[in-house]
Design a protein around this ligand. Sequence first.
Ligand SMILES: Cc1ncc(COP(=O)(O)O)c(C=O)c1O
Length: 381
Amino acid sequence: MKGFSKRTDSIQEYYFSQKLKEVNRLREEGKPIINMGIGSPDLPPHPSVVDALHQSSSLPTSHGYQGYQGIPALRTAYADFYQSHYGVNLLADAEILPLLGSKEGIMHISMTFLDEGDQVLVPNPGYPTYTSVTKMLLAEPVYYDLKSENGWYPDFDELEKKDLGKVKLMWVNYPHMPTGAKADLKVLEKLIAFGRKHHIIIVNDNPYSFVLEDNPKSIFQITGAKEVALELNSLSKTSNMAGWRVGFVAGKPEWITAITKVKSNMDSGMFLGIQQGAIAAMSLGRDWYGGLNEIYSKRRKLIWELAEKLGLEFEKDTAGMFVWAKLPQGKTSDELLDNLLYNKSIFVTPGHIFGTQGEGYIRFSLCVKEESIKEAINRLS
Ligand SMILES: Cc1ncc(COP(=O)(O)O)c(C=O)c1O
C-alpha cells in the first residue's frame, strides 16, 4: 500500500460527519440531545410530492436507469419555476442540468473548470464544501472576507487588490449561509461586473432563496449574468426534501454541456420517482413557502430568546434557516459549544467551521420544533 492520494490528505472528514457520531453517542448514553446543529428540515414535503413518488415507484417501468439530464418534464418544471418565481427565462433543454443535490454540483462545476494550481475565490465565512472540493482538485482557495460591518457582503475594494491572474471561479451564496445576509440585487450586479472584468466565473449557490424571504432572488435577474454566472438551486431546504437529493445547476448551454460531460461519467441518472416528486414540488405556489415561513418565523423568535439568554448578539433582518449569533468578546465558539453540549445537551454549530471569520460566532438551526426550543430555553434557566 503506497498511501492515500494527495487529495485525500488535503482534506478532513466533513465536520458533521464526525461530530454527529459524537452527538449520537451521547444520545445512546441517554442524553436528551436537542440538535440545533444541522440545517436538515424536520418538516415533511407537501403530500402531493410524496404521492407522486408513491405512484411512480409502484409502476414496474420506473426502476431502470434514467437519462443523464433528467426527464424533459423535470427540466421544464425547473424552467417554469424560474420563470414564475424569479421572472427568469431558462431554456429547459439547454440551460438546466438536474443534480443529486447542489453539494455534488459544487464538485461537478469545479471539475469542469479547474486544473491543478488554479485559484478559486471562497467566502469566509462560507459553506465548507467550497474549500474542500477546491483542495481535492489540487486547486487553491483564496478567501475573501465577509464582515459584519459590511453586511456580510464582499468588499470589492479588497477584492480588486488581490492578484486575480490565476482565479477562475468565485463562490457566492446569497442568501448567505451561515450569516443569513439577504440576496441584494445591487451586490449581485457588482459581482457580475467583477466576474466580467476579471474573466472569473461567478457561481451563486442559492438553496435558501425562499426561506424567511418573501421576494426570492436569482443571479440571473441581473442583465447579462448568463455570460458570467452559473446558479445552483436545490429542493433540500425549500421543499423539505434534503434526503431526496435533488437540485440543479443553471447556466449558458456551453457550460451546461461541459458540466454534463463530467457528471455523466460519475452517476447514472436520478430515480424516476424522485424526479416525479420534484416536479410536484416545483408546481407548488407561494402559499407553500408562506406556510413554511410562518413556522420558521415563530421558531426564529424563540431562538432569539435563547440567544439572548446566552448573552449573544444577532441581527434580525436575515433570510435562510439559521440564526448567526456573536459571542461576547474573548469567548470561543468551541467553549460555548462544549458547554451547551455536555452540560445542557444542546448541540449548536461553532462558527469557526465556516472559516476564520466565523470564530466568535455560533449558528443555530431553525429545523427544530418549537417545543424543543422552549425546552432548550428552560434548560438555561
Ligand atoms: C450554502 C449551501 N450550499 C449547498 C448546500 C447543499 O445542499 P444540497 O442538499 O442541495 O446538496 C448546503 C447545505 O446545507 C448549503 O448550506
